[in-house]
Design a protein around this ligand. Sequence first.
Ligand code: ADP
Ligand code: MG
Length: 440
Amino acid sequence: MQDNREIWKNTISCLETELSKAVVGAFFSGTALDSFDDGVAVVSCPNRLSTEYLKHRYGAKIEETLSTLSGISCTASFAVKKVASAKAQELGPIFKSGELDGLVSSYTFESFVVGLSNQLATSVAQAVVERPGNLHNPLFLHSGVGLGKTHLLHAVGNAIKERDSKTRVLYTPSERFTNELIKAIQDKRSTSSFRRRYRQVDVLLVDDIQFLAGREATQEEFFNTFNELYLSGKQIVLTSDRHPSGIKRLEERLVSRFSGGMVADIQTPDLDMKMEILKRKAAEQGATLQDEVVLEIAEHITGSIRQLEGLLQKLLAVSSAHGVSPTKELISALLPSASAGAAGSPEDIVSTVCKRFNVEESAVKSEKRTRTVVTARHVAAYLLRDLSSLSLKDIGGLLGDRDHTTVLYGVDKIEKELRQNTLLKNQIDTLRVEILGKTA
Ligand code: ADP
Ligand code: MG
């Protein structure tokens, strides 16, 4: 279970995606979640002014976010309380938004299984850690979805920080770069702080750079960011779902910059590697699986490591929910249902998720962007991907004619969130069991 501090940190991270960093920095520093029982949250603030601000301007948003994170309906009240100075210091770094590096601490080299399919990518990534900015610059990693690019990218950042905690590392999905740029341009004064944020780092890690395709203003800005960093010997690592030359509507000068350092790809894992990954992931959760069970899963999943994890999760969730051991038979019982789509129809998955988040299905399929609706939409996308055999395009269709990159973005977001947010993980496990239960 998460403690209040972690819950509050997650709440702030969620709010940060909607409010500007400046707002969060200004109004949330020095705040804490004092208590949180049965959906009743008491937030302490350093002074009267901030109590008033939080209550009147962000109260509803805070309640909504807490509700989303905890899965129950929440209310929040605000009180002035001097945070003891030691505690305030401890809380400090979370809120100094400028210092957020975006890194997920569990994505490390230690937790990354190396095999034939990712050996080259891993070794060049490790070389970058040894000598950032020197050897392979930029490093460009590419592969199909769910094969470990994001994991490896964070691993580079985490390892560099571990060697020297003063190194300024910044991880960002390319969409965040785009969104922040758009905001900065709209709010004319903040372009310079946007530039400072991205140009004053030692290591810039940009995930899924293919999403810059067709965005001319962003490409222009990224080109300048890239050059400034590159010329001052700063390390840049990029990932993409394909080789730079395969990204359509990407300016030629960027294609050539991206290909100018080291380009490495990751292939789909072989059977041994899949088995190794399964054993490691099961062990991380305190489960031991028989070899025949591991083999069964590894043989069945021919696609990505994400799918491999998905099936393992499903197996462990069902086995713990029903108090049965994760046997080969249980997998067979799960598999046909998963692939034949009997695991609750896709429509069923959507309605189960909506019910759980207490939102209208029509809202999830609309353009509505309140936090709860967005989260429900992303969770639905994630579970549809996991439990149905629908293509990304079909999932997009089902969720209100969204395009497949949007779906992928949502799925990715949940994947990432799951790493850090145990409340969300519990919620999704429950949903999965609920949906799978409908097959019986
Ligand atoms: P991509 O960014 O290529 O779509 P991710 O990095 O998000 O893929 O990987 C998908 C999931 O698979 C993540 O949970 C990640 O931790 C896991 N994963 C991928 N490759 C490995 C590996 N070699 N060892 C352990 N876990 C891996
Ligand atoms: Mg990724």
